[in-house]
Design a protein around this ligand. Structure first.
Ligand code: RP5
Length: 166
């Protein structure tokens, strides 16, 4: 895996989404997946978002991750401007605690999918794992790192302290 070639683009609708999306960024770092982060909005910076997606796809970005809250159109907007896979993270930043963002992100019309993960911090981490799984189909070294990551989770569960175990 060439570390200079950015394979994953992470977009978030606002700097206020960073606390949720940092789990995604950190996990891609851990898995050694070359990535970049942009703060761009479907509603507030539509022209810049469209230009970035076109430029990033032309540069070789393989997977887009988009996290947004409220009436979250960012992932769908990105999906409408690229043929690459798009993963959407609904962010729990609104009074509806992300239920609005979940529906806006997941309910894409037929033909333009957004692979939507769970709401909030857990979903942000899963977006990184899903992007890595997609890339691992053509990068065996990443496949190895993903297997190690899964094995680590298995080990933690089995080694967890259990005072009730007989
Ligand atoms: C959405 O509105 C963003 O993704 C964010 O979750 C939410 C609030 O944005 P700010 O008002 O904090 O910039 O577009």
């Amino acid at each position: 895996m060439d570390k200079k070639e950015v394979l994953v683009a992470i977009l978030m609708g606002s700097a206020s989404d960073a606390d949720v999306m940092k789990g995604c960024v950190e996990l891609l770092q851990t898995l050694e997946v070359p990535h970049e982060v942009r703060i761009l909005s479907a509603h507030r910076t539509p022209d810049q978002t469209r230009a970035y997606v076109a430029e990033a796809e032309a540069r070789g970005v393989r997977v887009f991750i988009a996290g947004a809250g409220w009436a979250a159109h960012l992932a769908g907007f990105v999906a409408g401007h690229t043929h690459r896979p798009v993963i959407g993270v609904p962010i729990d930043s609104s009074p509806l605690k992300g239920f609005d963002a979940l529906l806006a992100t997941v309910q894409m019309p037929p033909g333009v999918p957004v692979a939507t993960v769970s709401v909030g911090k857990g979903g942000a981490k899963n977006a990184a794992v899903l992007a890595a799984q997609i890339l691992s189909l053509t990068h065996p070294d990443l496949d190895e790192r993903l297997r190690a990551y899964r094995e680590e989770q298995t080990r933690k569960v089995l080694e967890a302290e259990n005072p009730w175990r007989t």
